[in-house]
Design a protein around this ligand. Structure first.
Ligand SMILES: *Cc1c(COP(=O)(O)O)cnc(C)c1O
Length: 371
């Protein structure tokens, strides 16, 4: 008998669950003759507004472009200018930071909270200077990163709040507000591995501001507000209608998908009892479990053990953005919680192709691990 394997993520399996609907959605676009913009894109944007409770959604090419467009739009609108400081979490994927530095804005890194692994909100106010004009909150691993009280104080000082919601579509704040509707603007990614993934690159921006929405939409379309009239020097960052059609199918599964992820996370949290591992904080509505991240001091020995037992794993992330070669100017920084996370985190399988039975079996195997 061959030993069972538990893949970290199998995208072909995930797509197979919805194959017929996806194929007919793509076929609709093929027959429509409309290959940029059109009905699928309009429907997608309307659905994202409904899901998040925001007034505006602009479908764009990917998550990084969504973030870049937000910062560029605030620059065009005079709300931000090069040299302004933007507070960002130290523990995040590098794309969050790239969008800030590209516009000549200065990222100011704040260390992670050792319990939520998101930005430590208790350290945010100390990082504010007279040059602080924005804060980027990243809902990392699917967990809402929000502190209503501190957010309100920042806003009273005229500081914008941008959400990087690449990983937490469908998550709520403690007050029951959807991620994507918490800040002044939010960026979503539909990269294939996200909770809702396209069959390629896709993203969107949500906001309640009609001024920001109009600027983002123009910037994403050569800077054009009406055809052949260009108000700004823009880009081409539009959402592809084939991807919009796929997303319109996938978005119908959002609740079921996030419910399943919660179930898997709940099984791990209940069944993994190995004292060598620190499990993630259990939260119900405040996480959609994009990743299930455990921590262990002897990571190499743990991942060797997982390999030996056919359990897929990944590391999110081994190097913080400020330690990447491209950000040499920040290499002197020392943010102890983030660096500890980078040494100890391991992500376990949690995907549309991970079953509840798999999670129970993985838990029992992991309980036999000794460092
Ligand atoms: C995936 C991701 C992005 C970038 O999205 P793309 O669609 O891959 O460009 C940005 N921020 C975070 C936190 C992400 O996980």
């Amino acid at each position: 008998m061959t030993k069972k394997v538990y893949p970290f993520l199998n995208l072909a399996d995930a797509t197979a669950l919805l194959r017929d609907e996806i194929v007919s959605a793509i076929t609709r676009v093929v027959y429509s003759g409309r290959y940029v913009g059109g009905k699928e894109c309009i429907d997608f944007e309307a659905e994202m507004c409904r899901l998040t409770g925001t007034k505006h959604c602009i479908g764009v090419s990917n998550g990084l472009d969504a973030l870049r467009l937000i910062f560029r739009a605030y620059c065009e609108l005079g709300r931000l200018e090069p040299g302004d400081e933007v507070i960002v979490p130290a523990n995040t994927y590098i794309a969050s930071v790239l969008a800030v530095s590209e516009m000549g804005l200065k990222p100011v890194f704040v260390d992670a909270d050792p319990v939520t692994l998101n930005i430590d909100w208790t350290k945010v106010e100390a990082a504010v200077t007279p040059k602080t004009r924005a804060l980027m909150t990243v809902h990392l691993y699917g967990r809402t990163s929000w502190n209503a009280e501190i957010a309100k104080k920042l806003r009273n000082r005229g500081i914008l709040i941008v959400e990087d919601n690449a990983q937490a579509i469908g998550a709520l704040s403690a007050e029951g507000i959807s991620t994507g509707a918490l800040g002044d603007a939010a960026a979503f990614s539909f990269y294939p591995t996200k909770n809702i993934g396209a069959l390629g690159d896709a993203g969107c921006v949500t906001t309640d501001s009609s001024e920001l929405a109009a600027m983002v939409r123009a910037l994403a379309n050569y800077g054009s507000d009406v055809r052949y009239h260009n108000i700004v020097k823009g880009y081409n960052c539009r959402l592809d209608p084939i991807q919009a059609a796929v997303l319109n199918v996938k978005l119908r599964q959002l609740e079921a998908e996030n419910r399943r992820r919660r179930e898997i996370a709940g099984i791990y949290n209940k069944n993994i009892t190995n004292p060598a591992l620190t499990l993630p904080l259990w939260q119900n509505n405040e996480s959609v479990w994009h990743q299930y991240v455990v921590r262990t001091s002897n990571r190499q020995s743990f991942t060797d053990f997982l390999d030996k037992n056919g359990i897929g794993w990944d590391i999110h992330y081994a190097t913080p953005p400020y330690r990447q070669p491209c950000y040499r100017e920040f290499s002197h920084l020392h943010l102890p919680v983030t660096e500890e996370l980078c040494r100890t985190v391991v992500s376990l399988p949690i995907s549309p192709s991970t079953s509840a039975d798999d999670a129970v079996e993985i838990s029992s195997i992991i309980n036999t691990y000794t460092p």
